[in-house]
Design a protein around this ligand. Structure first.
Ligand code: NDP
Length: 449
């Protein structure tokens, strides 16, 4: 998208000059700021009080050493970090990612996106993101435990149930959250809701595990409903086979879709009869093995040694649920040529700007991540409420709330897109609707941050 506003151009140029290596962060701010142009024309106070300059600068960044010992007694050193990005509308909230690719630029892009996502939920949550370049893959449970304990030994001094409430993300699931929570409790002598995604026996919430994936499908259901359509009989491809992908696939199947392919970072499986999601859960959640194992128990299914191969499979609906920039222009072109009608992002920023532009030009319905995957953080906020009130929610209550939140998100971003002249552009609608609430809160609270 062309940027006409000179101030926005200058701001982006300054960020690129200051931190030239943070490519994902540049990509994220470019996408958000350029869709704010019509809003800034109507509301000059955002520029007058430098809200754009302030909103792209994290309130605080903490970087720390994490030393831990493997099972053979060898000491390893990783880098941990937490970006406390924006607390204008509530305490910092957002996941922790453990993956070798973690660096400040990736954390900043995720933390920045989280500002608008959290705002779209309608709940009082600010934005944070963190993690480490530690790779849990191939490590024993005891190694993961020692790493998590060391990580939390430092992180605990920066977080709290009313300050910053981390959750899971790539590489951080119930096992890692459990080890970190145990260490927090030991160090602080405080049984409190400082992390979300906890186990059910110690404060966790029913349906939190399912929330991001289910939420994505509820969001897509609204897009389809607007076109007088449903999931019934549609083929669906879902990249990844982690927390988001598994529960997105499960709900798509429950609503009548046929999920024909899933993947991991090594490759993808195709099953023309429809993926058996219970097998995927067993391989990924219980055995922690690779997706290619699927073909051993499902004769006729095929495995391709390239995760990007998933975008060459013919599908009506494509749901990228693995990682950032996994779906590029070439993949978008192939999807369009193969008749794909709808793409919705389960992962954060999985589609490159060029891919999104191509979808929009070809009238492929497109649902952006900050709206589509907001169900996870929204339901994490219910976990915080459950912890504060000591009153447990049922699965049905949480699921009903999730459906209500996702429907509202869709309605609000669609309305914002129409109000500001971006018809059929939910990306712009999500950016504007998410921005306004946070920007107004920043204005109301004065120039202290
Ligand atoms: P998980 O760690 O549970 O799963 C990630 C999955 O993606 C794994 O199957 C992983 O495979 C796969 N993967 C990683 N890189 C690639 C790649 N290049 N191509 C194909 N597959 C790949 O993470 P989550 O499911 O929690 O997170 C997935 C995405 O959703 C992330 O972008 C995250 O930020 C976002 N998200 C997650 C939320 C949540 O509640 N969990 C909430 C909102 C957003 P492998 O095992 O080989 O690494």
């Amino acid at each position: 998208m062309q940027i006409k506003n000179k101030n926005i151009k200058k701001i982006i140029e300054r960020v690129v000059k200051k931190d030239p290596l943070e490519k994902e962060f540049h990509q994220a701010i470019g996408e958000v700021l350029c869709s704010l142009e019509p809003l800034l024309e109507k509301c000059p106070e955002y520029e007058d009080f430098a809200v754009l300059e302030r909103i792209i600068e994290p309130e605080r960044t903490v970087i720390f050493r994490v030393s831990w010992m493997d099972d053979k007694g060898k000491v390893h050193v990783n880098r941990g970090m937490r970006i406390e990005f924006n607390s204008a509308i509530g305490p910092y909230k957002g996941g922790l990612r453990f993956h070798p690719s973690v660096n400040v630029g990736i954390m900043k892009f995720l933390g920045f996106e989280q500002i608008f996502k959290n705002s779209l939920t309608g709940l009082p949550i600010g934005s944070g993101k963190g993690g480490s370049d530690f790779d849990p893959k191939g490590k024993s449970d005891t190694e993961v435990m020692r790493f998590c304990q060391s990580f939390m030994t430092e992180l605990q001094r920066h977080i709290g149930p009313n300050t910053d409430i981390p959750a899971g993300d790539i590489g951080v699931g119930p096992r890692e959250i459990g080890y970190m929570y145990g260490q927090y409790r030991r160090l602080r002598n405080d049984f409190t809701g400082v992390l979300t995604g906890k186990g059910l026996s110690y404060g966790g919430l029913l349906a939190r595990k399912e929330a991001t994936g289910f939420g994505l499908i509820y969001f897509v259901r609204e897009i389809l409903k607007d076109k007088k359509d449903t999931f019934e009989g549609k083929t669906v491809t879902v990249s990844g086979s982690g927390n988001v992908a598994i529960y997105a696939a499960q709900k798509a199947i429950e609503l009548g879709g046929k999920v024909v392919a899933m993947s991991d970072s090594d490759g993808c499986v195709f099953d023309s009869k429809g993926i058996d999601i219970e097998t995927v859960k067993k391989i990924k959640e219980v055995e922690r093995k690779r997706i290619k194992e699927y073909t051993k128990s499902h004769l006729g299914s095929k495995y391709y040694e390239n995760c990007k191969g998933i975008w060459t499979i013919k599908t009506d609906i494509a749901l990228p649920c693995a990682t950032q920039n996994e779906l590029d222009e070439k993949a978008a072109k192939t999807l369009i040529e193969n008749g794909c009608r709808l793409v919705a992002e389960g992962a954060n920023m999985p589609c490159t700007p060029e891919a999104i532009e191509l979808f929009q030009k070809n009238s492929v319905l497109f649902g952006p991540a900050k709206a589509g995957n907001a169900g996870g953080v929204a339901i994490s906020t219910i976990e915080m409420a459950q912890n504060n009130s000591h009153y447990p929610w049922t699965f049905e209550e949480v699921d009903t709330k999730l459906q209500e939140i996702m429907t509202n998100i869709y309605k609000n971003i669609k309305k914002a897109s129409l109000d500001y002249g971006f018809e059929n552009n939910l990306v712009a609608g999500a950016n504007i609707a998410g921005f306004v609430k946070v920007a107004d809160a920043m204005l109301a609270q004065g120039v202290s941050h």
